[in-house]
Design a protein around this ligand. Structure first.
Ligand SMILES: Cc1cc2nc3c(=O)[nH]c(=O)nc-3n(C[C@H](O)[C@H](O)[C@H](O)COP(=O)(O)O)c2cc1C
Length: 205
């Protein structure tokens, strides 16, 4: 039995390619492992931006939090519990202005919590989540895996950095890229991503 957490975050709804491939991966793993699946769709159910209630509430002792602080912290705790109970995490992210969507950024701002998902010790930062496999699907209009625009990609490095920072360093990356260059490019990007997903899922069997 394996528990899969699927996190989607594209604001493009049914057109989203990161959602499409992340969903395919999550469904496949769930079925193959006779597992269970939790879906956290950050586009249709956005996590709010963090507020003073969240920041101060996080630092306050649980029994001294105001009602507003307790509510803000409870949401973050729920999102972290979803990560903790998952064996496999599948994350879909579509590039918006060279980074991840603000919906996904807001989610990271909740789950990146000192003392809960990361800490700093004498050896530097330590991620406090462990033992989980992550599949990260990034979709982009441009091509960033190589070529002159590689340095414009502030999405992939940021996501890989933050995932590793909270202890999720075992990541398989799938890119759906180059869809901005017309219908043939879209077809090629989808075919390449499909082939990469099949290879990954075959490897994971
Ligand atoms: C508002 C908006 C901003 C975008 N910004 C960029 C960008 O900066 N660079 C890029 O390569 N593609 C950009 N794109 C294209 C998306 O990254 C592309 O459509 C990708 O497939 C989105 O992911 P999704 O299919 O999961 O929704 C943008 C798309 C939208 C709607």
């Amino acid at each position: 039995m394996s528990h899969v957490l699927l996190i989607t975050s594209s604001p493009r709804g049914a057109d989203s390619l990161s959602t499409r491939f992340a969903t395919e991966i999550a469904e496949h793993i769930k079925q193959r492992k006779h597992g269970t699946l939790t879906v956290r769709d950050l586009a249709t159910s956005p996590v709010p931006h963090i507020t003073p209630a969240y920041i101060d509430g996080r630092n306050a002792a649980p029994d001294s939090r105001t009602a507003e602080q307790a509510q803000a912290v409870a949401l973050a705790q729920q999102l972290i519990d979803e990560l903790k109970t998952a064996d496999v995490i599948v994350l879909g992210s579509g590039m918006i202005n060279f980074g991840p969507s603000s919906q996904l950024k807001a989610w990271f701002d909740h789950v990146t919590w000192p003392g809960v998902t990361f800490s700093y010790g004498s050896g530097g930062p330590q991620g406090l989540l462990s033992g989980k496999k992550v599949y990260l699907v990034v979709a982009t209009g441009g091509v960033f895996s190589a070529g002159p625009y590689a340095s414009f990609d502030f999405q992939t490095g940021y996501l890989l950095h933050l995932l590793a920072f909270i202890g999720l360093g075992d990541v398989e990356l799938v890119r759906v890229e180059g869809t901005a260059f017309g219908p043939d490019a879209v077809k090629a990007a989808i075919a390449n991503a499909e082939s990469a997903v099949q290879t990954l899922l075959g490897k994971a069997a």
